[in-house]
Design a protein around this ligand. Structure first.
Ligand code: SF4
Length: 439
């Protein structure tokens, strides 16, 4: 039995796809092993957003070769789609597969026999127009279910449409089927993921369904306690979606909404489809319907043309906004993007300083959000995340709770009262009787 190992860089989507590809290998009789377990085949799933994607890819290939010198090494993922030739020239690489080919890997690389030269299967990204159902199961607790892929927007900094192709989705019928399959396992929470999740519903270039239809349908699936939406563009986060989540027992009050900049001038240069007033209205609507909702924000610092004043405008804006945390990205130039040709390059030192300031702001915001929730009751889903004799889990509104390890509570929804924020910034809680809470 041949042994296969996987390495994944990048986002949740990549993880869900690696997971699905690994199940295909298992169905064909391969044995999935750890990276260090002398595999016969290595599959490396790359990301184009990752800083130094090229360097990282080379390093992992070197590492793989030193573990199993004769193994077969295949590279897939966004970076493989963007730079197939460059990757095929990395010493030790046997195959490169683009976005349209990666799910047919087992068939295309028939038998995984090494050739003197690396083989490349990377069609133009326009060919990546089919949807492949994918979900990951890391531990028993949560699964990332891909419902949408690709993107039709043209944000000036982003290479994702070049790497993943145009927007397309699974059908609601198929997603319900997959969700019911997942409900048969021990998984308690499904996280809906996509490149542009809110754009759900396009099939063969035509809009067939909407995101609101999907969440309404999923809400009826028995056997899943929680649904979480991984990220949604502010212009697609409609009142209808917010109101639906507010009254749903299963969709949790947690929204991750990319902002990218608090300066309207920069938003325009980024070619985002909204101005900050729209973003403010989304935050206000969420908080009016769900005062305890957790709102996370993506923001990019150091975009070309971002002056110190523009950055301070973003800082002030975020400082006043009722949100819980930030994901801060430092802008870096990407080939074939409009932004990389723009004037007003921000010096690296300045980019780092802005990132540092926003990281501090994020910690402050999170702390305030946790403080606002002290004394509240909540349900924690404890995960298989054990450290120093403690387990960790998340409440519906994404507060990370720590408690003394108790194997019985792993993968259970535990009703608690949030009591104390410890020195690590984690929430501690006291038990509540089962019948008090749980929706
Ligand atoms: S919405 Fe913009 S940033 Fe997001 S994937 Fe599409 S083009 Fe990229």
């Amino acid at each position: 039995m041949k042994k296969v190992a996987f390495y994944t860089l990048g986002c949740k989507l990549n993880f869900s796809e690696t997971s699905t590809i690994s199940r295909k290998f298992e169905e064909k009789g391969y044995q999935k092993v750890d990276f260090t377990d002398r595999p016969d085949i290595f599959i490396i799933n790359t990301c184009s957003v990752t800083e130094n994607a090229d360097k990282k890819c080379r390093k992992i290939v070197r590492e793989a070769r030193s573990i199993s010198p004769d193994a077969y090494v295949a590279i897939i993922g966004c970076y493989a789609q963007l730079k197939p030739k460059e990757i095929s020239e990395i010493p030790g690489v046997d195959a490169v597969l683009g976005a349209a080919e990666k799910f047919r890997l087992v068939e295309l690389l028939d038998g995984f026999v090494r050739q003197p030269e690396a083989v490349v299967y990377a069609s133009d990204v326009e060919k990546a127009n089919t949807f492949n159902t994918s979900y990951s199961i890391n531990d028993r607790t949560r699964t990332f279910l891909k419902v949408q892929d690709g993107c039709d927007y043209s944000c000036s900094f982003c290479t994702i449409p070049l790497a993943r192709g145009s927007s397309r989705s699974d059908s609601i019928e198929n997603i319900l089927k997959t969700a019911r399959e997942i409900a048969q396992t021990e998984v308690k929470e499904i996280v809906l993921t996509g490149v542009n999740t809110g754009d759900f519903g396009i099939r063969n270039g035509k809009r067939e369904e909407h995101f609101i239809d999907l969440i309404q349908a999923l809400d009826t699936v028995e056997g899943i306690d929680r649904f979480r939406v991984s990220s949604i563009e502010p212009n697609l986060l409609t009142d209808e979606i917010i109101e639906f989540v507010a009254q749903s027992n299963r969709f949790v009050p947690h929204f991750h909404v990319p902002l990218q900049s608090g300066s309207n001038k920069i938003l325009k240069l980024m070619r985002r489809r909204y101005q900050r007033e729209l973003y403010t209205s989304r935050v206000e609507k969420i908080k009016a319907s769900m005062p305890n909702a957790c709102i996370g924000v993506d923001v990019i610092v150091g975009f070309p043309g971002e002056t110190q004043e523009d950055f301070l405008e973003t800082y002030q804006y975020l400082n006043e906004l009722n949100i819980a945390y930030l994901h801060v990205f430092t802008y870096s130039e990407r080939d074939n993007t409009l932004a990389s040709t723009m004037k007003g390059r921000v010096p690296e030192r300045e980019r780092s300083e802005r990132s540092r300031m926003l990281h501090i702001l994020s910690d402050k915001k999170r702390r305030k959000f946790y403080e606002d929730n002290l004394g509240q009751s909540a349900a924690v889903l404890f995960e298989n995340d054990i450290e120093d004799g403690h387990m960790h889990g998340f409440t519906e509104n994404y507060i990370r709770v720590t408690a003394k390890y108790d194997p019985v509570l792993i993968n259970e929804l535990k009703p608690v009262r949030l009591t104390h924020i410890n020195e690590k910034g984690l929430m501690e809680a006291e038990d509540l009787a089962e019948e008090i809470l749980l929706h």
